[in-house]
Design a protein around this ligand. Structure first.
Ligand code: PLP
Length: 387
């Protein structure tokens, strides 16, 4: 009998349950596929809404595959967003003096739609993305769609592009809402007009490593965000400045950069587009959100799942020196999922972590994916079905 901590034991039990659920789901998928091919065969040739777009689902990475429709809604400063609409996916027209082009007045979001084995379409906690966009809009002096408008628009966009949602187990439809200062402005001030836009693309794994462990690099020169800045919101202005750090790390064979806090340069913050967790014994820790890290929907969900399963989970200041003693490290984000970290290189020292065998990260991820893809019953009300 392996001696496991209570936290791991619970995780293993829930995994076993999940694997039974997924076998049942496989069977359901098989029978429902058989039924649907019968249905398609009996339809007339005028039937154009084929179930799946022509995509090689086994080759999906995180590249852009344009889909059929995007959603657009506009309003002016001091107004509220009223009514948006779907249009064919394509280029948009902007004034050369648009606020977003000149001063970076823009926010993005990212969420995913998944197919379940029994043929449903699920969103995962989209209201949290809507809320985060509202906080960001406040910080960036922009009007913002209401939570209901945001979630409604995401649903419409996914439904209109449903043939682009990968088959169960092959990936997700990544949904990218944008809020842009689209009106013309010359002096530094909020733009006069705003555009809320959503497009979507089928995606597979984010990192070229696939599901293999990541090798992160701690950059001593660049920081991502500083106190009083806008690191806590998903403003587009947080991303171009880290391209150089990412590029340098990739040139040296690393997967991505782990940033330290700007003031002391000794506390962990996060990776370029995902949050970080460390595991030591029964304790799972992640840096406390104090305005310089982006509070991920995945981060929040993993904290809850960990606690549900009996682990101790803390949001706290984590010293870079603690990495030496960590058992496991992993990253979380909508795009990356939950990705194990095999090593972190700091001041020419490569610190290695457990990345095979029974991993806490993998077990937390199985539960998360189970909820997101319908393999595990959602008792938390986290998923939103689109019909
Ligand atoms: C989007 C993002 C995350 C992850 O957020 P999720 O809501 O989990 O997708 C983490 N860090 C940064 C910097 C991000 O931009």
């Amino acid at each position: 009998m392996v001696n496991r901590s209570p936290c791991i034991r619970n995780l293993v039990q829930s995994l076993r349950a999940a694997s039974l659920t997924s076998k049942l789901a496989d069977y359901r998928r098989y029978t429902s596929q058989a039924a649907s091919s019968l249905r398609v065969a009996s339809q007339s040739s005028a039937y154009s809404d084929e179930e799946y777009a022509d995509v090689d689902w086994d080759k999906l990475g995180f590249g852009l595959t344009p889909t059929d429709y995007m959603y657009i809604m506009k309003c002016s400063k001091d107004e509220k967003f009223q009514q948006g609409r779907l249009s064919r996916y394509g280029n948009i027209e902007l004034s050369p003096s648009a606020g977003v082009l000149n001063y970076g007045q823009g926010l993005y979001e990212g969420t995913k739609a998944n197919r379940t084995a029994d043929g449903r379409i699920l969103l995962f906690r989209p209201e949290l993305n809507a809320t985060r966009m509202r906080h960001g809009a406040e910080r960036m002096c922009m009007p913002c769609p209401s939570i209901e408008q945001f979630v409604g628009a995401v649903k419409e966009t996914v439904f209109a592009n449903k043939r682009w949602i990968p088959p169960p187990g092959k990936g997700s439809l990544y949904v990218r809402p944008l809020l842009l200062g689209s009106g013309p402005i010359l002096g530094l001030a909020p733009a006069p007009d705003y555009t809320f836009l959503i497009y979507a693309s089928p995606v597979g794994n984010y990192f070229k490593e696939g599901t293999a462990p990541l090798n992160l690099y701690i950059d001593e020169e660049f920081v991502r965000a500083s106190p009083g800045g806008a690191g806590g919101v998903k403003t587009i202005t947080n991303y171009a400045p880290v391209l150089k750090a990412i590029g340098r790390a990739k040139n040296r064979g690393f997967s991505d950069v782990l940033y330290l806090d700007a003031l002391n340069r000794k506390y962990l913050e996060e990776v370029s587009s995902c949050n970080i967790f460390i595991v030591k014994g029964n304790l799972i820790s992640t840096p406390r959100a104090n305005g310089t890290i982006l509070e991920g929907v995945t981060r929040k969900s993993i904290i809850e799942i960990g606690r549900d399963q009996g682990c101790q989970v803390e949001e706290r200041a984590i010293l870079v020196d603690e990495l030496i003693d960590a058992d496991e490290v992993f990253c979380t984000g909508t795009a990356v999922g939950v990705a194990p970290v095999g090593s972190i290189t700091h001041q020419n020292t490569r610190i290695k972590f457990k990345s095979e065998g029974t991993l806490v990260s993998q077990e937390l991820y199985s539960t998360l994916v189970g909820l997101q893809t319908g393999g595990i019953e959602d008792k938390k009300g986290w998923t939103v079905e689109i019909r």
